[in-house]
Design a protein around this ligand. Structure first.
Ligand code: GSH
Length: 237
């Protein structure tokens, strides 16, 4: 019998998308529970020090939280290939650095473009409204109030990062990622690592938005993405 695996998530949360990418690539079967953003009542009991945030991953009776920590522990729970953490200490350190960069730069920059215009903010609100399982009225609330709040969030992130142009920030991130990729199959070399998983999660999260096409219009990134998607499709087949 399988150990039950449950991912507590918000559909549009990039950190949750990182975990879905990892579970899919490792071919692990799991259920998702959509968490209500305001009350988060669906979350299981968490360790005292854990923030009430998603993603939370329950594996049998173990409850893991924080997307980076979850990625770092998955190989221990599921030793099958692909390994997310390289065994070579130098390669491991490099993969962890890039994984942290994905959270700090790429994932932070994404909302500034997906919420950065009224039409995109409305599109995001529609997606959230549709994905929400909390009924029509709550969905409508997101649709009406959502875009304004999202615009505020986008502005705040840019200000905090000392930037004015979200689009330019994303392009810088993509330049950096391409430099790291070089001529390799994956960002850490010939083997996939948690750094690839994190970036794939971030990208998948925006697949309904125009920025997705911008990202995949870069041939090197598109080829890397295709490799991972093929691996994922094979793993979940
Ligand atoms: N560092 C955490 C960040 C998680 C996070 O910020 N999750 C957001 C959703 S994208 C959340 O749960 N926010 C709810 C809240 O802060 O109340 C991780 O990587 O898991």
């Amino acid at each position: 019998m399988h150990t039950p695996v449950i991912l507590y998530q918000f559909t549009l949360c990039p950190f949750c998308n990182k975990i879905r990418a990892a579970l899919d690539l490792k071919g692990i079967e799991y259920e998702t529970v959509e968490v209500s953003p305001r009350t988060k009542v669906e979350l299981p009991e968490l360790p005292e020090e854990a923030p009430r945030k998603v993603p939370v991953l329950r594996i049998g009776t173990d409850v893991l939280y924080d997307s980076t920590d979850i990625l770092m522990q998955l190989d221990a729970f599921f030793p099958n290939e692909p390994q997310l953490l390289p065994t070579d200490p130098k390669a491991k350190e490099a993969a962890e650095e890039i994984e942290a960069w994905v959270d700090e730069q790429f994932i932070k920059a994404l909302p500034t473009v997906i919420y950065g215009s009224w039409s995109n903010a409305a599109r995001a609100a529609r997606t959230i409204g549709r994905a929400s399982k909390f009924g029509f009225f709550q969905g409508m609330g997101v649709k009406i109030g959502g875009p304004a709040i999202m615009r505020l969030v986008a502005g705040r992130i840019l200000k905090k990062a000392g930037r004015t142009d979200g689009g330019a920030w994303i392009q810088e991130c993509l330049d950096q990622f391409e430099t790291w990729l070089g001529e390799s199959k994956f960002v850490g070399g010939d083997e996939m690592t948690l750094a690839d998983v994190a970036m794939l999660g971030g990208i998948t999260c925006v697949d309904e938005f125009p920025v997705y096409n911008d990202i995949l219009s870069r041939p090197k990134i598109a080829a890397w993405h295709q490799r991972l998607v093929a691996m994922r499709n094979q793993a979940i087949a």
